[in-house]
Design a protein around this ligand. Structure first.
Ligand SMILES: [Zn+2]
Length: 316
C-alpha cells in the first residue's frame, strides 16, 4: 500500500482521479493516517470526512470505510476521507484517548506543532485539509460504554454549519462553541464543520452505518459535487435541542434506569449511583424536561464524565 509523507500533500493540486494509502508524519513514530482522495473532472468544493478520532466508535469508522469502498460519484471538486485518525488508540482498543499522550483528539483541534502527539497530528490535519476545505464532516458514534440517539453537532455561530445539520438529516441537532472540537476549529478556518453521531456501545450497526454514510452523500449532493440527487429518506428536519448533562462529581457506580430516546419529565428518575461499599443507591433525577439523548452504559462513571445528557427542547 502507498505510503506518503504528509508534508508533501497539496490538496489543491491533486490530479483528477483517486488515490488511497497511508500518510506518515516524519516526527511521529509508528503513526499512520489512512486516506482516500478523490478529485472530480471539474473544479468545485472540497469536502473533508474524518472518523476515528475516538477509536472505539466503530460505527462511524465503518461508515467512513464504507464511503471509501462504495465511493460517491464525485464529478466536481475534491473529496478527502480520513477514516481512522486515532491510529494507535484503534489498535490498542483504547476507548477514547490516544495512548501516546492520553489526549482526547476532539479536544485538541486545531492542534499545535509544539504540543504532544495528538496536538501535532491535529495541526497537520487542520493545515493540510481543513484549511482548504469548504466542509468538514467529522463522524462519531457511541463508544464501547456510551448509548446515544443519532444527532448532529454544529457550530453555534456558524449558520453554514447549522444548515449542514439540516442537510445531513439525523433526527436531532445541537450547537456548541466548545474549544478544541473539530466544529470550532473548522469555523476558525472559514470552513463549515459538522459532527455527526450515530450508533452506540461500540457495535457496528448497519442501519447507523448507512445513516451516517447517507448523511455524507446528502451533503456532497447539496454542494453539487455529485451528479445524483440524494433524497432525504429518514427524517424531515432535525429537532434542535439544548444539551444538558449531569456530570459525575466523583468516581461512582452507575445503574441506569431510563433508556435513550425516552422523554423525561423534570425530577423523573434517570438512574441510581452509589459508592463502592454503599448499600443504598441514590436516585439521579432528571434536571429538566427533554429527550434522553446520551447515557453512559458502564457501571463505572469517572469523575468529570457525564452520567447522561438530555436534549432540552427550546422554550417557547
Ligand atoms: Zn466521538
Amino acid at each position: 500500500m502507498l505510503k506518503v509523507n504528509l508534508d508533501s500533500l497539496d490538496l489543491n493540486s491533486l490530479p483528477t482521479g483517486q488515490s488511497s494509502g497511508y500518510f506518515y508524519i516524519d516526527t511521529i513514530d509508528e503513526y499512520f493516517l489512512p486516506f482516500f482522495l478523490l478529485r472530480g473532472e471539474k473544479d468545485g468544493p472540497t469536502a473533508l470526512v474524518t472518523a476515528g478520532l475516538h477509536p472505539t466508535e466503530y460505527t462511524s469508522i465503518e461508515a467512513a470505510y464504507d464511503l471509501i469502498l462504495n465511493q460517491p460519484a464525485v464529478i466536481r471538486g475534491t473529496l478527502a476521507i480520513l477514516p481512522l485518525i486515532n491510529w494507535k488508540g484503534f489498535w490498542q482498543r483504547s476507548i477514547t484517548y490516544n495512548p501516546a499522550d492520553n489526549k482526547n483528539f476532539n479536544r485538541v483541534f486545531p492542534g499545535d506543532l509544539k504540543g504532544s502527539e495528538s496536538q501535532v497530528i491535529a495541526q497537520y490535519i487542520s493545515e493540510k485539509f481543513t484549511r482548504h476545505a469548504n466542509v468538514h464532516l467529522d463522524l462519531h458514534s457511541g463508544n464501547m460504554v456510551e448509548r446515544l440517539l443519532p444527532f448532529c453537532i454544529f457550530h453555534k455561530d456558524n449558520p453554514k454549519s447549522s444548515e449542514l445539520a439540516d442537510v445531513f438529516g439525523l433526527p436531532y441537532k445541537l450547537g456548541t462553541n466548545l474549544n478544541g472540537v473539530t466544529t470550532t476549529a473548522a469555523t476558525s478556518y472559514d470552513c463549515a464543520g459538522l459532527i455527526a453521531e450515530g450508533g452506540e456501545c461500540g457495535h457496528v450497526d448497519r442501519d447507523h452505518v448507512e445513516a451516517l454514510s447517507l448523511g455524507v452523500r446528502r451533503v456532497l449532493s447539496f454542494l453539487g459535487m455529485t451528479s445524483s440527487v440524494v433524497e432525504q429518506q429518514h427524517y424531515e428536519c432535525p429537532h434542535e435541542v439544548e444539551l444538558r448533562s449531569e456530570i459525575a462529581k466523583t468516581d461512582v457506580l452507575w445503574y441506569p434506569k431510563a433508556r435513550t430516546g425516552q422523554t423525561l419529565q423534570k425530577n423523573e428518575t434517570v438512574g441510581y449511583t452509589k459508592e463502592f461499599f454503599d448499600k443504598e443507591a441514590q436516585p439521579v433525577l432528571s434536571m429538566s424536561n427533554g429527550v434522553l439523548l446520551y447515557m453512559m452504559d458502564s457501571i463505572l462513571v469517572k469523575q468529570g464524565e457525564p452520567l447522561y445528557s438530555l436534549g432540552e427542547f427550546p422554550k417557547i
